[in-house]
Ligand binder design. Structure first.
Ligand SMILES: [Zn+2]
Length: 105
C-alpha cells in the first residue's frame, strides 16, 4: 500500500476516495478517527490518510493532481453535471462531487 493523499479535513479525504473509486481505484482510509484522540496527540497532527495499492499509486497521484490543480477563481462556479452552484474554494461540486476541472467552461 502507498499513501497518496492526506488532509486535515476528513470530508476532503472522503471526496478523494470517491473520486478514485469512480476511476476504479480502490483506496483505504487510515487515521479517520484521529480527531477523537486529538487531545492525546497534541504535539503532532494525525490527519486522515488515503492509501491505495502499490500498482495504483501512480494513476491515483495523477488523478489527485488533476483534482488539486484547481480553482484560483474567486467566484462561485456552476456544475456542468447537476447545475448546482458551488463556492469558489470548492474543488469539487458539493452536490455530485464532480471535480471543478471537469466541468468548468
Ligand atoms: Zn454537480
Amino acid at each position: 500500500m502507498k499513501l497518496v493523499y492526506t488532509n486535515q479535513n476528513l470530508a476532503q479525504v472522503g471526496l478523494i476516495q470517491s473520486y478514485l473509486a469512480e476511476h476504479d481505484i480502490a483506496s483505504e482510509m487510515r487515521n479517520q478517527h484521529a480527531s477523537s484522540v486529538m487531545g492525546e496527540v497534541a504535539f503532532f497532527s494525525v490527519w486522515p490518510e488515503c492509501w491505495v495499492a502499490d500498482e495504483d499509486a501512480t494513476p491515483a497521484k495523477i488523478l489527485i493532481d488533476d483534482l488539486n490543480n484547481t480553482p484560483t477563481t474567486t467566484e462561485e462556479w456552476i456544475c456542468g453535471t447537476c447545475q448546482e452552484t458551488s463556492p469558489a474554494n470548492f474543488a469539487v461540486c458539493w452536490s455530485c462531487q464532480t471535480p471543478y476541472t471537469l466541468v468548468k467552461t
